[in-house]
Design a protein around this ligand. Structure first.
Ligand code: SF4
Ligand code: SF4
Length: 334
């Protein structure tokens, strides 16, 4: 039984991340593609009947798409709730977010991905209005408070060279809002880009941009540490796309011949179990180090430190109104 089911409900993302296959629009037609709730229900029931998923399975409602773009997310969540299946969601926080009361008990974890903590950083990667993202996070937190949500809230902060100075601000924001803060070095999550970088075949213009934006100083050491008997953790998770295709994994790109094993409605449980771990792409991926890099995100020492007193002061002065500052000072005097 797979304990992790990755099920893409939105085959599209509105962000423009240049190192993501969805964001850079290299992985498809650019058309909006959403998982049909009836097919989602059918796929879940088939996987349950086949014994491939069960009560302990947690469904991740995203791969490289934005789940809050789905036109019937509440309907998708009701389908999970009726089967007592828990779910995890990850969002870029570009859209207002809320959950129906009946679905919340099944929400285990919500991730918010952030490419920095300023408008300048959002301009470079996601392409969203930073103020709107903050408003949406505040709105989400307010709705979770009302519903006494007990699962985890976590910000995945993608570290680039240009947002190092913003780590402390983002950390402080998360501390204030009781959000777990998880910074790590952004990597090339577009398989073809990662492969071309590792094989020394990357186009010069892209290589130039990568060298100016990503932190990569650790990469040779990381690759040297890959165990010779490394087993990719994707082998133990089940991944489906918005068309109910069972995928090799969540890394293989749509334009690769080994992208999918076939439709979940055609494949037997045995087909899925055996074919998932015998795809040609895995040899190429493991030899180059793509899987190892993808599954071992680097956390630089600077990201682990607490914000300096000056950083905290700047953050506090940015966040508080004059009245709030006076109340804070009064609290200190007491
Ligand atoms: S990295 Fe995430 S937010 Fe960025 S384009 Fe890809 S799916 Fe969207
Ligand atoms: S080795 Fe690479 S292609 Fe194969 S399952 Fe792992 S991440 Fe996917």
């Amino acid at each position: 039984m797979f304990k992790t089911l990755v099920f893409e409900i939105s085959g599209v993302c509105n962000a423009r991340c240049p190192y993501c296959i969805t964001g850079n629009r290299s992985g498809g037609t650019g058309q909006e593609r959403f998982l049909d709730p009836a097919r989602f229900e059918g796929a879940l029931d088939r996987l349950l009947a086949q014994g491939l998923i069960g009560p302990k399975t947690v469904t991740h409602l995203y791969n490289w798409g934005e789940p809050f773009l789905h036109p019937d997310l509440p309907g998708i969540l009701r389908i999970l709730a009726r089967r007592n299946l828990r779910f995890i969601i990850s969002t870029n926080a570009s859209r207002p977010m809320s959950f129906e009361r009946e679905s919340l008990p099944f929400l285990k974890h919500i991730f918010i991905s952030a490419p920095g903590f300023s408008q300048a950083s959002y301009d470079r990667i996601h392409g969203f209005q930073f103020g709107t993202v903050l408003e949406n996070i505040e709105g989400l937190l307010a709705s979770l408070r009302v519903s006494a949500f007990t699962g985890k809230r976590e910000m995945l902060y993608h570290i680039y060279q240009f947002n190092l100075d913003e780590i402390a601000l983002a950390r402080r924001f998360c501390q204030d809002k009781h959000i777990l803060f998880s910074p790590y070095a952004a990597y090339l999550n577009d398989y073809n880009q990662a492969l071309s970088y590792l094989n020394g075949k990357m186009d010069y213009a892209l290589l130039r941009r990568v060298s100016q934006e990503l932190l990569l100083f650790y990469l040779d050491d990381l690759l040297a540490a890959q165990p010779s008997d490394y087993v990719c953790q994707q082998f133990s998770q089940l991944t489906l796309d918005e068309n109910c295709q069972v995928l090799t994994c969540c890394v293989a790109p749509k334009n690769h011949p080994d992208y999918a094993l076939g439709s979940v409605f055609d494949l037997s449980a045995e087909d899925i179990r055996t074919r998932k771990v015998s795809q040609g792409i895995c040899k190429e991926c493991l030899c180059a180090g793509v899987a190892w890099w993808t599954h071992n995100p680097h956390v630089p020492g600077i990201a682990q430190s607490r914000p300096s007193k000056l950083g905290r002061l700047v953050q506090t002065s940015r966040q508080l109104t004059l009245g709030g500052m006076l109340r804070k000072l009064a609290g200190k005097i007491k």
